[in-house]
Design a protein around this ligand. Structure first.
Ligand code: SAM
Length: 357
């Protein structure tokens, strides 16, 4: 199906390729615990059975991202052979690969991501699958500049997908500083090649600003209490665990442990959204999409919290009323019960689509 492919191999057959032997990392005990020691999960193509075992336990293997609502997305985007599109959030490329299978031969996909590290890895994996530049191209950029892709297809695209937020690779890799499960400097940048880290931002902002972003970006019910305590103790919030501990200590007499953890998640989410200017990027994307689609072209967006979904819903509704979209979905599509069971991250996902007039 694809060019430059080893003879008679389909894209799924890559585990059959000869693999250079590399000594595995040493770890204590019988099972690897640290992210970097999970050498099988980090090489999913070489250890498909081990990776499947992790997935069967309802977990996402280290270094991978399980794409959500894949069939639903391919259906609402009305993919077919020869169509061209943009994946605004390439990540591990799970959605891109599924879409390429439906649009090739004859189709063309651009995969965008702001994260240089993960973009390069996915690009290499895709090139090894025989996906050359006439079928699949990557662009390292913010999707807010999606109109730049019109240089490649001035008439526009048949479909666009955005799967918002962070990938499991970004969340799980301790050194990216996204997760409070491991200690690391509090970073939270999707593009870790430039800009300030969340640790630096926390030293710069004031209490009112922090309270505001905790409410606006994460609907945090203890925003005022946490805003005060984080700013007072900000010197101790320079690491992921440091920030999590300050939040847990602040709330421990008020709520149970699992609710404390929910607040930790929401604070990390609020800081991440602010640091990466995620709502500004989403607003620019929503504004640009109709200009990038052909007539009858479709956009699908997967959101993971109310701040994102509200923006997508309002934009689709307004642009449909203004006649730029012919139709849009009223109620979001949710992942099936089976998918929510297999991949808990899909429980909060909402899928919306619109069709250009
Ligand atoms: C949820 S993951 C996408 C996973 C992907 N659909 C897959 O199947 O592997 C979101 C990705 O979008 C990227 N991203 C988030 N905001 C972005 C933006 N404004 N511009 C470009 N990429 C962005 C992140 O770096 C991350 O890799």
């Amino acid at each position: 199906m694809y060019d430059k492919q080893p003879s008679n191999k389909s894209v799924i057959d890559i585990q059959d390729k000869p693999v250079k032997h590399k000594r595995r990392v040493r770890y204590k005990g019988t099972h690897p615990r640290k992210f970097s020691e999970k050498y099988k999960e980090l090489n999913p193509e070489q250890y498909p059975d081990d990776v499947k075992k992790v997935q069967d336990r309802g977990q996402t293997p280290a270094g991978m991202h399980l794409p959500i609502c894949v069939n639903e997305i391919c259906e609402v985007l009305q993919l077919g052979k020869g169509k061209s599109g943009i994946d605004c959030t390439l990540g591990y490329g799970g959605h891109s690969l599924a879409m390429l299978k439906r649009i090739l031969p004859g189709g063309f996909l651009i995969g965008i991501d702001i994260d240089q590290v993960e973009l390069e890895k996915t690009q290499n994996r895709f090139h090894n699958l025989g996906l050359n530049d006439t079928k699949f191209l990557t662009r390292r950029m913010n999707f807010s500049n999606i109109k730049d892709c019109l240089n490649l297809r001035p008439d526009g695209f048949d479909f666009i997908l955005a799967d918002l937020g962070v990938s499991s690779m970004q969340l799980d890799k301790p050194e990216r500083g996204f997760s409070f499960k491991n200690t690391a400097p509090l970073d939270l940048r999707m593009d870790n090649s430039s800009g300030e880290t969340a640790a630096v931002m926390l030293m710069r902002i004031n209490e009112d600003f922090l309270v505001n972003i905790l409410i606006e970006n994460a609907d945090e019910p203890y925003a005022e209490l946490l805003g005060k305590s984080i700013i007072t103790n900000r010197i101790n919030c320079q690491s992921t665990i440091g920030l999590a501990s300050v939040i847990m200590e602040t709330l421990q007499d008020k709520v149970n442990e699992s609710d404390c953890k929910l607040s930790v998640r929401r604070v990390f989410q609020a800081l991440r959204i602010e640091l990466n200017k995620e709502f500004d990027a989403l607003n620019s994307l929503l504004h640009a999409i109709p200009h990038c689609l052909k007539s009858k072209g479709r956009i699908a967006i997967l959101t993971f919290h109310s701040g994102e979904d509200r923006r997508v819903k309002k934009s689709f509704k307004r642009l449909t009323e203004e006649g730029l979209y012919a139709q849009c979905i009223r109620r979001p599509i949710r992942a099936s019960f089976q998918e929510q069971h297999d991949n808990p991250r899909s429980s909060s996902a909402k899928l919306r689509w619109a069709e250009k007039a």
